[in-house]
Design a protein around this ligand. Structure first.
Ligand code: ATP
Length: 364
Protein backbone atom coordinates (compact mmCIF):
# COMPACT_ATOMS: atom_id res chain seq x y z
CA UNK A 1 0.00 0.00 0.00
CA UNK A 2 1.65 3.22 -1.11
CA UNK A 3 -0.79 5.99 -0.42
CA UNK A 4 0.78 9.45 -0.10
CA UNK A 5 -0.45 12.25 2.13
CA UNK A 6 0.76 15.80 1.63
CA UNK A 7 0.02 18.26 4.42
CA UNK A 8 0.61 22.04 4.23
CA UNK A 9 3.59 21.45 1.97
CA UNK A 10 5.55 24.59 1.28
CA UNK A 11 8.67 25.45 -0.68
CA UNK A 12 10.32 28.81 -0.41
CA UNK A 13 13.38 29.43 -2.55
CA UNK A 14 15.81 31.98 -1.25
CA UNK A 15 17.82 33.70 -3.92
CA UNK A 16 20.41 36.06 -2.58
CA UNK A 17 20.16 37.50 0.91
CA UNK A 18 16.61 38.78 1.31
CA UNK A 19 14.74 37.79 -1.80
CA UNK A 20 12.43 34.82 -1.37
CA UNK A 21 10.02 33.09 -3.70
CA UNK A 22 7.21 30.81 -2.55
CA UNK A 23 7.08 28.17 -5.29
CA UNK A 24 4.67 25.82 -3.45
CA UNK A 25 2.09 27.39 -1.13
CA UNK A 26 1.07 25.04 1.70
CA UNK A 27 -0.68 22.49 -0.45
CA UNK A 28 -2.70 19.50 0.81
CA UNK A 29 -3.27 16.36 -1.21
CA UNK A 30 -4.28 12.72 -0.69
CA UNK A 31 -3.00 10.18 -3.19
CA UNK A 32 -4.39 6.65 -2.88
CA UNK A 33 -2.42 3.47 -3.38
CA UNK A 34 -2.21 2.63 -7.14
CA UNK A 35 -3.56 6.01 -8.20
CA UNK A 36 -2.27 7.43 -11.49
CA UNK A 37 -2.00 11.08 -10.50
CA UNK A 38 -1.07 13.73 -13.04
CA UNK A 39 0.11 17.18 -11.92
CA UNK A 40 -0.66 19.65 -14.68
CA UNK A 41 -0.38 23.41 -14.93
CA UNK A 42 1.45 26.19 -16.75
CA UNK A 43 5.21 26.58 -16.66
CA UNK A 44 6.49 27.64 -13.24
CA UNK A 45 3.37 26.62 -11.27
CA UNK A 46 5.34 24.37 -8.89
CA UNK A 47 4.73 20.88 -10.34
CA UNK A 48 8.36 19.80 -10.54
CA UNK A 49 9.20 21.29 -7.17
CA UNK A 50 6.38 19.28 -5.55
CA UNK A 51 7.53 16.10 -7.29
CA UNK A 52 11.12 16.67 -6.22
CA UNK A 53 10.05 17.17 -2.61
CA UNK A 54 8.22 13.81 -2.73
CA UNK A 55 11.36 12.22 -4.21
CA UNK A 56 13.58 13.80 -1.56
CA UNK A 57 15.61 15.76 -4.11
CA UNK A 58 14.46 19.12 -2.76
CA UNK A 59 14.37 20.28 0.85
CA UNK A 60 10.93 20.89 2.31
CA UNK A 61 10.49 24.39 3.75
CA UNK A 62 7.42 23.48 5.80
CA UNK A 63 4.72 20.82 6.00
CA UNK A 64 4.79 17.05 5.86
CA UNK A 65 4.83 14.21 3.36
CA UNK A 66 3.70 10.73 4.43
CA UNK A 67 4.10 7.55 2.43
CA UNK A 68 2.09 4.62 3.82
CA UNK A 69 1.43 6.81 6.89
CA UNK A 70 5.17 7.19 7.59
CA UNK A 71 6.55 10.72 7.74
CA UNK A 72 9.31 10.79 5.11
CA UNK A 73 10.48 14.41 5.35
CA UNK A 74 13.87 13.29 6.59
CA UNK A 75 14.11 9.88 4.93
CA UNK A 76 16.94 9.57 2.38
CA UNK A 77 15.71 9.46 -1.26
CA UNK A 78 17.11 5.95 -1.72
CA UNK A 79 15.13 4.68 1.25
CA UNK A 80 11.77 6.06 0.12
CA UNK A 81 10.97 3.14 -2.21
CA UNK A 82 10.45 5.63 -5.01
CA UNK A 83 11.80 5.63 -8.56
CA UNK A 84 12.00 8.78 -10.66
CA UNK A 85 12.05 9.02 -14.46
CA UNK A 86 13.29 12.35 -15.79
CA UNK A 87 12.57 14.27 -18.96
CA UNK A 88 16.17 13.91 -20.16
CA UNK A 89 16.28 10.15 -19.29
CA UNK A 90 19.64 10.58 -17.47
CA UNK A 91 21.10 7.38 -18.97
CA UNK A 92 24.82 6.56 -18.61
CA UNK A 93 26.19 7.08 -22.14
CA UNK A 94 29.16 4.73 -21.81
CA UNK A 95 27.07 1.79 -20.61
CA UNK A 96 24.98 -0.64 -22.64
CA UNK A 97 21.21 -0.70 -22.25
CA UNK A 98 21.58 -3.86 -20.16
CA UNK A 99 24.04 -2.20 -17.78
CA UNK A 100 21.95 0.96 -17.56
CA UNK A 101 18.95 -1.09 -16.45
CA UNK A 102 21.02 -3.28 -14.14
CA UNK A 103 23.01 -0.42 -12.59
CA UNK A 104 20.93 0.14 -9.45
CA UNK A 105 20.67 -3.58 -8.74
CA UNK A 106 24.44 -4.09 -9.13
CA UNK A 107 25.01 -1.24 -6.69
CA UNK A 108 22.79 -2.98 -4.21
CA UNK A 109 24.83 -6.15 -4.67
CA UNK A 110 21.90 -8.14 -6.03
CA UNK A 111 23.18 -11.48 -7.37
CA UNK A 112 23.89 -11.81 -11.10
CA UNK A 113 21.22 -14.35 -11.84
CA UNK A 114 18.45 -12.26 -10.26
CA UNK A 115 19.68 -9.18 -12.13
CA UNK A 116 19.64 -11.08 -15.41
CA UNK A 117 16.14 -12.34 -14.74
CA UNK A 118 14.79 -8.88 -13.86
CA UNK A 119 16.41 -7.16 -16.84
CA UNK A 120 14.98 -9.89 -19.05
CA UNK A 121 11.50 -9.37 -17.60
CA UNK A 122 11.34 -5.59 -17.95
CA UNK A 123 12.98 -5.54 -21.37
CA UNK A 124 10.31 -7.95 -22.58
CA UNK A 125 7.51 -5.79 -21.16
CA UNK A 126 9.05 -2.65 -22.67
CA UNK A 127 9.97 -4.32 -25.98
CA UNK A 128 13.67 -3.39 -25.85
CA UNK A 129 15.12 -6.90 -25.67
CA UNK A 130 16.88 -6.48 -29.01
CA UNK A 131 18.52 -3.28 -27.80
CA UNK A 132 20.15 -4.63 -24.64
CA UNK A 133 23.69 -4.61 -26.09
CA UNK A 134 23.41 -1.10 -27.55
CA UNK A 135 24.60 2.22 -26.12
CA UNK A 136 22.07 5.03 -25.46
CA UNK A 137 23.37 7.11 -28.40
CA UNK A 138 22.33 4.33 -30.78
CA UNK A 139 18.70 4.49 -29.59
CA UNK A 140 15.69 6.53 -30.65
CA UNK A 141 14.02 8.90 -28.18
CA UNK A 142 11.25 6.39 -27.51
CA UNK A 143 13.73 3.57 -26.88
CA UNK A 144 15.76 5.76 -24.50
CA UNK A 145 12.53 6.55 -22.70
CA UNK A 146 11.79 2.86 -22.29
CA UNK A 147 15.29 2.16 -20.97
CA UNK A 148 14.79 4.91 -18.37
CA UNK A 149 11.48 3.30 -17.43
CA UNK A 150 13.13 -0.12 -17.28
CA UNK A 151 15.81 1.16 -14.96
CA UNK A 152 13.11 2.44 -12.63
CA UNK A 153 10.98 -0.72 -12.93
CA UNK A 154 13.66 -3.26 -11.94
CA UNK A 155 13.84 -1.59 -8.56
CA UNK A 156 10.18 -2.55 -8.04
CA UNK A 157 9.35 0.77 -6.41
CA UNK A 158 6.07 1.45 -4.66
CA UNK A 159 5.89 4.90 -6.22
CA UNK A 160 6.90 6.00 -9.72
CA UNK A 161 7.58 9.70 -10.18
CA UNK A 162 7.78 10.94 -13.76
CA UNK A 163 8.72 14.47 -14.78
CA UNK A 164 7.53 15.20 -18.34
CA UNK A 165 8.92 11.86 -19.53
CA UNK A 166 7.25 12.10 -22.96
CA UNK A 167 8.12 15.67 -23.86
CA UNK A 168 11.08 14.77 -26.09
CA UNK A 169 9.11 12.36 -28.24
CA UNK A 170 7.38 13.01 -31.55
CA UNK A 171 3.57 13.08 -31.64
CA UNK A 172 3.14 9.47 -32.81
CA UNK A 173 5.54 8.02 -30.26
CA UNK A 174 3.91 10.04 -27.50
CA UNK A 175 0.58 8.36 -28.18
CA UNK A 176 2.28 4.96 -28.22
CA UNK A 177 4.16 5.63 -24.97
CA UNK A 178 0.98 6.94 -23.34
CA UNK A 179 -0.72 3.63 -24.11
CA UNK A 180 2.29 1.74 -22.77
CA UNK A 181 2.23 3.75 -19.56
CA UNK A 182 -1.46 2.97 -19.07
CA UNK A 183 -0.69 -0.74 -19.58
CA UNK A 184 2.29 -0.55 -17.25
CA UNK A 185 0.22 1.07 -14.55
CA UNK A 186 -2.42 -1.63 -14.93
CA UNK A 187 0.09 -4.45 -14.63
CA UNK A 188 2.34 -2.93 -12.01
CA UNK A 189 1.51 -2.73 -8.34
CA UNK A 190 2.62 0.88 -7.82
CA UNK A 191 1.38 4.44 -7.46
CA UNK A 192 2.23 6.68 -10.43
CA UNK A 193 2.76 10.44 -10.18
CA UNK A 194 3.33 12.17 -13.48
CA UNK A 195 4.11 15.82 -14.20
CA UNK A 196 3.21 17.50 -17.46
CA UNK A 197 2.01 20.79 -18.90
CA UNK A 198 0.12 18.90 -21.59
CA UNK A 199 -3.60 18.67 -20.91
CA UNK A 200 -4.06 15.74 -23.30
CA UNK A 201 -1.53 13.67 -21.34
CA UNK A 202 -3.31 14.61 -18.13
CA UNK A 203 -6.76 13.70 -19.45
CA UNK A 204 -5.67 10.41 -21.02
CA UNK A 205 -3.38 9.05 -18.31
CA UNK A 206 -4.76 10.11 -14.96
CA UNK A 207 -7.44 8.72 -12.76
CA UNK A 208 -6.84 11.82 -10.63
CA UNK A 209 -5.72 15.18 -12.04
CA UNK A 210 -4.13 17.84 -9.85
CA UNK A 211 -4.31 21.24 -11.53
CA UNK A 212 -1.78 23.74 -10.17
CA UNK A 213 -1.34 27.46 -10.70
CA UNK A 214 1.17 29.79 -9.04
CA UNK A 215 2.11 27.30 -6.33
CA UNK A 216 -1.48 26.43 -5.40
CA UNK A 217 -3.77 23.51 -6.17
CA UNK A 218 -6.77 24.69 -8.18
CA UNK A 219 -8.67 21.39 -8.31
CA UNK A 220 -8.11 17.69 -7.66
CA UNK A 221 -10.57 15.48 -9.47
CA UNK A 222 -11.22 12.79 -12.08
CA UNK A 223 -10.63 13.84 -15.71
CA UNK A 224 -14.42 13.79 -16.28
CA UNK A 225 -15.12 16.15 -13.39
CA UNK A 226 -12.23 18.44 -14.25
CA UNK A 227 -13.74 18.83 -17.72
CA UNK A 228 -17.43 18.85 -16.84
CA UNK A 229 -17.34 20.54 -13.44
CA UNK A 230 -14.40 22.94 -13.32
CA UNK A 231 -14.09 24.53 -9.88
CA UNK A 232 -12.99 27.92 -11.19
CA UNK A 233 -12.26 29.88 -14.35
CA UNK A 234 -8.59 28.86 -14.30
CA UNK A 235 -9.43 25.15 -14.57
CA UNK A 236 -12.23 25.91 -17.04
CA UNK A 237 -9.82 27.76 -19.31
CA UNK A 238 -6.87 25.42 -18.87
CA UNK A 239 -8.53 22.13 -19.84
CA UNK A 240 -10.23 21.92 -23.24
CA UNK A 241 -9.10 23.01 -26.66
CA UNK A 242 -10.02 25.50 -28.03
CA UNK A 243 -10.52 26.83 -24.55
CA UNK A 244 -13.86 27.56 -22.88
CA UNK A 245 -15.40 30.93 -23.72
CA UNK A 246 -15.64 33.10 -20.61
CA UNK A 247 -18.11 35.94 -21.04
CA UNK A 248 -18.51 38.72 -18.48
CA UNK A 249 -21.93 39.90 -17.33
CA UNK A 250 -24.19 40.36 -14.30
CA UNK A 251 -27.07 38.64 -12.53
CA UNK A 252 -30.39 40.34 -13.16
CA UNK A 253 -33.84 38.96 -12.42
CA UNK A 254 -32.64 35.36 -12.63
CA UNK A 255 -30.85 36.01 -15.89
CA UNK A 256 -27.26 36.31 -16.92
CA UNK A 257 -27.18 39.62 -18.73
CA UNK A 258 -24.45 41.24 -20.75
CA UNK A 259 -24.46 44.01 -23.35
CA UNK A 260 -24.79 41.42 -26.04
CA UNK A 261 -27.38 38.93 -24.76
CA UNK A 262 -29.41 37.52 -21.90
CA UNK A 263 -29.59 33.94 -20.70
CA UNK A 264 -32.21 32.60 -18.27
CA UNK A 265 -30.51 30.85 -15.33
CA UNK A 266 -33.62 29.26 -13.83
CA UNK A 267 -32.70 25.69 -14.62
CA UNK A 268 -29.26 25.87 -13.05
CA UNK A 269 -28.53 24.43 -9.66
CA UNK A 270 -26.61 27.22 -7.93
CA UNK A 271 -24.59 26.76 -4.75
CA UNK A 272 -25.56 30.21 -3.42
CA UNK A 273 -28.31 32.82 -3.69
CA UNK A 274 -27.36 35.63 -6.01
CA UNK A 275 -28.37 39.26 -5.66
CA UNK A 276 -29.13 41.39 -8.68
CA UNK A 277 -26.07 43.10 -10.16
CA UNK A 278 -23.69 40.36 -8.91
CA UNK A 279 -20.83 40.20 -11.43
CA UNK A 280 -20.77 36.85 -13.23
CA UNK A 281 -18.65 35.00 -15.74
CA UNK A 282 -20.51 32.68 -18.06
CA UNK A 283 -18.53 29.72 -19.38
CA UNK A 284 -19.48 27.95 -22.60
CA UNK A 285 -17.25 25.48 -24.40
CA UNK A 286 -16.85 26.11 -28.16
CA UNK A 287 -18.63 22.81 -28.94
CA UNK A 288 -21.65 23.74 -26.82
CA UNK A 289 -23.32 26.22 -29.15
CA UNK A 290 -25.88 25.58 -31.84
CA UNK A 291 -25.93 27.71 -34.95
CA UNK A 292 -29.40 29.23 -35.47
CA UNK A 293 -30.97 31.28 -38.25
CA UNK A 294 -32.85 33.95 -36.32
CA UNK A 295 -31.58 36.27 -33.60
CA UNK A 296 -33.53 36.90 -30.40
CA UNK A 297 -32.65 38.22 -26.95
CA UNK A 298 -31.07 34.89 -25.92
CA UNK A 299 -28.85 34.41 -28.94
CA UNK A 300 -25.35 35.72 -29.52
CA UNK A 301 -24.76 37.59 -32.73
CA UNK A 302 -21.10 37.13 -33.56
CA UNK A 303 -18.82 38.51 -36.23
CA UNK A 304 -16.62 35.88 -37.85
CA UNK A 305 -12.92 36.61 -37.58
CA UNK A 306 -11.05 33.43 -38.56
CA UNK A 307 -12.24 29.96 -39.57
CA UNK A 308 -10.17 26.82 -39.15
CA UNK A 309 -11.12 23.67 -41.00
CA UNK A 310 -10.01 20.69 -38.89
CA UNK A 311 -11.37 17.99 -41.21
CA UNK A 312 -14.22 16.48 -39.24
CA UNK A 313 -15.05 19.78 -37.53
CA UNK A 314 -14.56 23.52 -37.84
CA UNK A 315 -13.32 26.12 -35.34
CA UNK A 316 -14.79 29.55 -35.93
CA UNK A 317 -13.09 32.40 -34.06
CA UNK A 318 -15.47 35.35 -33.67
CA UNK A 319 -15.91 38.72 -32.01
CA UNK A 320 -18.75 39.67 -29.69
CA UNK A 321 -18.35 43.41 -29.11
CA UNK A 322 -14.88 43.56 -27.53
CA UNK A 323 -14.75 39.90 -26.45
CA UNK A 324 -13.57 36.84 -28.40
CA UNK A 325 -15.89 33.87 -28.73
CA UNK A 326 -14.89 30.56 -30.33
CA UNK A 327 -17.42 28.17 -31.83
CA UNK A 328 -16.72 24.56 -32.78
CA UNK A 329 -19.12 22.82 -35.08
CA UNK A 330 -19.17 19.57 -37.03
CA UNK A 331 -21.53 21.05 -39.64
CA UNK A 332 -19.56 22.74 -42.34
CA UNK A 333 -20.39 26.37 -42.88
CA UNK A 334 -18.73 28.59 -45.41
CA UNK A 335 -18.22 31.74 -43.43
CA UNK A 336 -16.06 34.60 -44.60
CA UNK A 337 -14.33 37.15 -42.40
CA UNK A 338 -16.86 39.74 -41.25
CA UNK A 339 -19.91 37.47 -41.71
CA UNK A 340 -22.59 37.42 -39.05
CA UNK A 341 -23.02 34.15 -37.13
CA UNK A 342 -25.97 33.62 -34.77
CA UNK A 343 -25.57 31.02 -32.05
CA UNK A 344 -27.36 29.83 -28.94
CA UNK A 345 -25.79 28.04 -25.96
CA UNK A 346 -26.95 24.42 -25.71
CA UNK A 347 -29.26 23.88 -22.75
CA UNK A 348 -27.60 22.28 -19.73
CA UNK A 349 -24.07 22.85 -21.01
CA UNK A 350 -23.24 26.18 -19.46
CA UNK A 351 -20.93 27.02 -16.55
CA UNK A 352 -21.29 29.96 -14.23
CA UNK A 353 -18.59 31.57 -12.12
CA UNK A 354 -18.51 34.39 -9.59
CA UNK A 355 -17.16 37.46 -11.38
CA UNK A 356 -14.96 38.39 -8.40
CA UNK A 357 -13.69 35.11 -6.89
CA UNK A 358 -13.86 33.32 -10.27
CA UNK A 359 -15.11 30.21 -8.42
CA UNK A 360 -17.95 28.09 -9.76
CA UNK A 361 -21.47 28.99 -8.70
CA UNK A 362 -22.84 25.61 -9.72
CA UNK A 363 -23.26 22.74 -7.28
CA UNK A 364 -20.53 20.23 -8.07
P1 ATP B 1 7.86 23.76 -15.81
O1 ATP B 1 6.63 23.16 -16.45
O2 ATP B 1 8.37 24.94 -16.56
O3 ATP B 1 8.92 22.75 -15.49
P2 ATP B 1 7.00 23.74 -13.02
O4 ATP B 1 5.55 23.90 -12.77
O5 ATP B 1 7.54 22.36 -12.93
O6 ATP B 1 7.37 24.40 -14.41
P3 ATP B 1 8.89 24.44 -10.96
O7 ATP B 1 10.10 23.92 -11.66
O8 ATP B 1 8.35 23.63 -9.85
O9 ATP B 1 7.73 24.72 -12.01
O10 ATP B 1 9.18 25.91 -10.46
C1 ATP B 1 8.26 26.65 -9.68
C2 ATP B 1 8.78 28.05 -9.50
O11 ATP B 1 9.92 28.03 -8.66
C3 ATP B 1 9.20 28.73 -10.79
O12 ATP B 1 8.77 30.07 -10.76
C4 ATP B 1 10.70 28.66 -10.77
O13 ATP B 1 11.28 29.76 -11.42
C5 ATP B 1 11.01 28.67 -9.29
N1 ATP B 1 12.24 27.91 -8.98
C6 ATP B 1 12.49 26.62 -9.29
N2 ATP B 1 13.71 26.24 -8.84
C7 ATP B 1 14.25 27.34 -8.25
C8 ATP B 1 15.49 27.61 -7.57
N3 ATP B 1 16.41 26.66 -7.43
N4 ATP B 1 15.67 28.86 -7.08
C9 ATP B 1 14.72 29.82 -7.20
N5 ATP B 1 13.54 29.64 -7.81
C10 ATP B 1 13.30 28.41 -8.33
Amino acid sequence: MAGIKIRNLQKVYRDGKDRTFEAVKKINLDIEDRDFVVFVGPSGCGKTTTLRMIAGLEDITDGEIYIEDNLINHVEPKDRNIAMVFQNYALYPHMSVYDNIAFGLKNRKVDRKTIQQKVEEVSTVLDIKKELHRRPKELSGGQKQRVAMGRAMVREPKVFLMDEPLSNLDAKLRVQMRNELIKLHRDFDATFIFVTHDQVEAMTLANKIVIMNEGEIMQVDSPENIFNKPANTFVAGFIGSPQMNLIKGTFNERNFTSDAFRLPLENLSLNTTLKDETPLILGIRPEHFEVVQKADSTTLVLTVHITENMGSYQNIYCHLNDQSVTIQTSDHHNFAVGDELIVKPINGKIHLFDGKTEKTLLTI
